[in-house]
Design a protein around this ligand. Structure first.
Ligand code: SF4
Length: 298
């Protein structure tokens, strides 16, 4: 059985998959995601994310927007602000330049080794989520991995167990990794943008993302993976600092701190949306290609 067939079987698609024409128009479920994101259209704020061009991987990067690359599917540039209607808040961290205390905190985190970083997350009180968490969820896996997976935030089970991606979504993620010849803890490090669970699994707030991102940035700097696979809309938009819908972020190689980034759907979303499971396989194939290319150029 081919690797793709094993993957689709793991996802619950047992019938033969018939290739279909590429279609960037979001599916019904994706439309709902897109609508939820598009409403607050905000101007992307140039932030501390810096991107260095990679010589080997043909990832085309441009500052400050990050969604240029070798798009397998062309991605339209981020539109200028068109609406000021209040709606769901953008995940793009916004606001004034960080004050000196915040800048000092970020600098301190950026210099931490693994033990200090682990302890800092466990004891963090930088946002209100510390008051409702059971456990801060640091991340898990091989700290010298070539692959890094980044999700949104802990859910109920993750909060209780202190590990990302447990429960049904975690099982699906493990199946996805298995289809790639990977396994949790072996050449993969898994983390979330937010380390503490938002109560009731509500959407993360921009201020929470802004406070927590330095931890993820340091984790990525320490792991230094060949490729980052971002799982889901919130993680993708907050990491890439964009309001572009996930349907348009897919299929393109982005970059974060000079590391190639591939966007795919969150396993919890895939559990509900049969139609997008085959697309997730396409995303992982792209990630595999980017990983191998980065290795060839190493
Ligand atoms: S979510 Fe992040 S910033 Fe907020 S308390 Fe938890 S570790 Fe700290």
């Amino acid at each position: 059985m081919s690797r793709r067939a094993r993957f689709l079987e793991a996802l619950g698609i047992t019938a033969e998959w018939v290739p279909r024409a590429r279609d960037d128009a979001p599916q019904a479920e994706v439309v709902s995601e897109a609508v939820a994101v598009a409403a607050p259209v905000a101007t992307p704020v140039a932030g501390p994310v810096t991107v260095a061009a990679q010589a080997a991987a043909p990832v085309v990067e441009a500052a400050p927007a990050i969604e240029t690359a070798i798009p397998l599917v062309p991605v339209a540039p981020v539109a200028a602000p068109v609406s000021r209607a209040p709606a769901e808040p953008s995940l793009v961290p916004a606001g004034p330049e960080p004050d000196s205390a915040q800048a000092g905190r970020e600098a301190a985190i950026a210099a931490m080794a693994w033990p200090a970083l682990d302890a800092a997350v466990a004891g963090c009180t930088a946002c209100g989520l510390c008051q409702t968490r059971t456990n801060a969820v640091f991340g898990v896996g091989d700290r010298q991995a070539e692959w890094m997976l980044v999700g949104e935030a802990p859910g109920e089970n993750e909060d209780l167990q202190g590990e990302p991606f447990v429960g049904q979504a975690g099982k699906l993620l493990d199946n996805m990794l298995g289809a790639l010849g990977l396994a949790r803890g072996r050449n993969v490090f898994i983390a979330n943008v937010l380390k503490c669970r938002p109560p009731g699994n509500r959407n993360p707030e921009p201020a929470e993302v802004a406070q927590c991102e330095p931890f993820l940035r340091r984790q990525i700097a320490l792991v230094r993976p060949r490729v980052i696979v971002v799982l889901g809309r919130f993680a993708a938009q907050s990491l890439l600092r964009t309001t572009t819908p996930i349907g348009k972020l897919r299929g393109t190689v982005h970059a974060y701190e000079g590391i190639p980034v591939v966007v795919t759907y969150h396993p919890a979303y895939l559990l509900r949306t049969l139609t997008d499971k085959a697309r997730a396989w396409e995303d992982l194939c792209l990630a595999r290609e980017v990983h191998d290319r980065a290795g060839a150029g190493a």
